[in-house]
Design a protein around this ligand. Structure first.
Ligand SMILES: Nc1ncnc2c1ncn2[C@@H]1O[C@H](COP(=O)(O)OP(=O)(O)O)[C@@H](O)[C@H]1O
Ligand SMILES: O=P(O)(O)O[C@H]1O[C@H](CO)[C@@H](O[C@H]2O[C@H](CO)[C@@H](O)[C@H](O)[C@H]2O)[C@H](O)[C@H]1O
Length: 458
């Protein structure tokens, strides 16, 4: 068995090289300096060994805590090579080791404790233990494990003190009787600087659900397969689903407002909102030179919000990073997932009350992405580009109609055109930074959207 002290030293040496390659690592914008293991909890003792480890990642003047599951065993497990922290070290990220991760569900079912970690079922939940887990392979900001097709456990990678917003929003919506979220059945709480901090959320798993991104991009492909048809004539038309999705988002907004409260917007708040959009634009333009040409026009769209006198409706808890990959179509309707907000946003910002129009703007951007992703790496196909725009226009309109019809807190989103446009541009600016750091090939998608919007082309 490896001594835990030497594990700490090995992790401190290996993680600065390993962390930046992880999809869920949120600090890709600057180099990793020191990585300090600050809390080790033994979950499985002996050989194999499973440790829960909290590390502090130092990047210049920024220090952020992340969690890892660290495995070690004399018989190497069958796990992807990328899970090894370094060649020949014997230490690996253990979320893919099904023999070890079973213990997490069992501990939640038992309401167990381990060091500072508290494993708890939600009140009244009787959970089935003894299930093996497989990690979800999709690109994610966190790591999720599916237990026997029954439960899904999300391990939040970047940690923050208090109840994670995803858990908080899910619990509030569930208590409000909302039919558009998956049931929360348990949680894991750790400690950060002596304060409780959510580290995991267990939910019912919906095995037959399909995510909105897969459905929408299938519809786009179907359209492209027949060049004589328009989106409303294609067999795979998505507009009915887009409209139902709009209604689901409006209902979730109404439930969040009822459950967690609202705040009226005054002039000062509107000014802060506009200033925050300018500030983000400054930060992103400094990192991504390709944005430079659009900056003046984007600024003008932000300023128009100040002068056009449209109030963004009451502020409330919102989803915060809504896109087609965050919604699941089940036989019973649409579900919204992952209420954490933008992965890069500081925790106070994620919990801040905001205009629900931001979520509408996020989803409208996503319809644009679903259409434009086909053009990534295929410039110079004007016919395809026109048809992609047609698809996006139809589905964006259907989404807004669904939202308006379900009487969400802002009524008809299109009645707030100036603000909606500003929020969409602000989101696209965020996406420019996101793509620049994570998927440079896709940078053209938000850049083209900004160009279209500021040329008055949308
Ligand atoms: N309750 C669920 N049932 C089925 N699949 C789910 C469920 N919750 C999440 N998923 C799947 O897991 C993926 C990642 O979930 P998400 O909450 O967005 O994690 P992350 O915060 O890591 O992005 C989703 O895109 C979805 O495919
Ligand atoms: O789902 P996450 O919380 O990890 O969100 C991050 O990653 C998303 C990509 O996976 C990113 O979304 C952007 O790309 C999507 C297509 O892949 C598109 O549908 C979204 O509209 C677009 O914003 C998201 O911005 C980021 O926070």
């Amino acid at each position: 068995m490896t001594e835990h002290r030497s594990v700490e030293a090995e992790l401190a040496a290996l993680l600065p090289g390993w962390l930046p390659a992880q999809r869920w690592f949120a600090g890709k914008d600057r180099p990793v300096g020191e990585v300090r293991p600050v809390a080790l909890t033994v979950l499985v003792e002996g050989d194999p060994l499973l440790l829960h480890v909290v590390v502090e990642v130092v990047q210049g003047d920024r220090t952020e805590p992340y969690q890892l599951l660290v495995g070690s065993r004399s018989q190497p497990p069958e796990i992807p090579s990328a899970a090894w922290f370094g060649e020949g070290t014997g230490l690996y990220e253990a979320s893919g080791d099904a023999d070890l991760t079973a213990v997490l569900l069992d501990r939640i079912a038992a309401g167990a404790r381990a060091g500072a970690l508290r494993f708890e079922p939600e009140p009244g939940e009787a959970l089935t233990g003894g299930l093996r887990a497989r990690p979800i392979t999709a690109e994610q900001s966190n790591t999720s494990l599916v237990y026997g097709g029954q439960y899904i456990l999300k391990l939040f990678r970047k940690l923050s003190p208090g109840t994670n917003k995803d858990l908080l929003a899910h619990r509030a919506l569930q208590a409000a009787g909302c039919r558009h979220v998956a049931r929360v059945v348990g949680s894991i709480t750790g400690a950060l600087a002596g304060e409780p901090a959510t580290i995991g959320m267990l939910q019912e798993y919906l095995p037959d659900a399909v995510d909105g991104w897969a459905m929408a991009t299938t519809s786009v492909r179907d359209l492209m397969a027949d060049e004589d048809r328009h989106p409303d004539e294609a067999g795979g038309d998505f507009a009915g689903e887009a409209e139902r999705l709009g209604a689901a988002v409006a209902e979730v907004h109404a439930d969040l407002a009822r459950a967690l409260g609202t705040e009226a917007v005054d002039r000062a708040e509107l000014d802060r909102t506009v200033q925050a959009m300018h500030d983000r634009l400054d930060r992103v333009a400094a990192q991504v030179p390709q944005l430079a040409a659009q900056v003046p026009a984007v600024r003008a769209a932000f300023e128009a919000v100040r002068s056009d006198g449209t109030a963004p409706g009451p502020m409330q808890y919102i989803h915060g990073d809504l896109h087609l990959g965050q919604v699941l179509r089940t036989v019973g309707g649409w579900l919204l997932l992952d209420f954490e907000g933008e992965p890069a946003a500081p925790v106070a910002e994620r919990h801040a009350l905001r205009s629900p129009l931001r979520d509408v703007a996020g989803m409208l951007r996503s319809f644009d992405y679903a259409a434009q992703q086909l053009l990534v790496g295929r410039p110079g196909e004007p016919e395809t580009a026109t048809r992609a725009l047609e698809w996006a226009t139809r589905n964006r309109a259907a989404f807004c109609a669904g939202y308006a019809g379900a009487d969400g807190p802002v009524g008809d989103p299109l009645a707030h055109a100036g603000l909606l446009r500003a929020f969409e541009l602000d989101k696209a600016v965020y996406e420019v930074a996101y793509e620049h750091a994570n998927r440079p090939d896709w940078l053209a998608v938000p850049l083209a959207a900004i160009a279209r919007s500021t040329d008055g082309g949308e």
